[in-house]
Design a protein around this ligand. Sequence first.
Ligand code: FES
Length: 116
Amino acid sequence: MQHVCALADVPADEGLRIASVTPPIAVFRTEDGEVFALDDTCTHQDASLADGWVEDCWVECPLHGSRFHLRTGAVDAPPAKLPVRTHRVEVRDGEVWVALSLPDLRPDLQGVPDEH
Ligand code: FES
């Protein structure tokens, strides 16, 4: 696992972009105090999900409004069609650690961001 930020750096119901890993990830903290990490870049176009709106364990893309589930990475509706990767998170002594998931190599998930 790698250290990515302090929990205090992640406001409740908001995301924090972590650009020190490639590709960048976004760490989210819900109002209930749960912490999640997803790939930061929307699978539709080049938008940062850390800038999105968090509600009920979903983050809404700030550009066109597809929502991604914080626990599974699943997308709810177009224009995005592909899920984002999720990453395992542990919070220890107020610090956030993440185990990055491997890229999903299934051909149907080879997401080149959609240009439409
Ligand atoms: S860039 Fe995220 S839905 Fe379009």
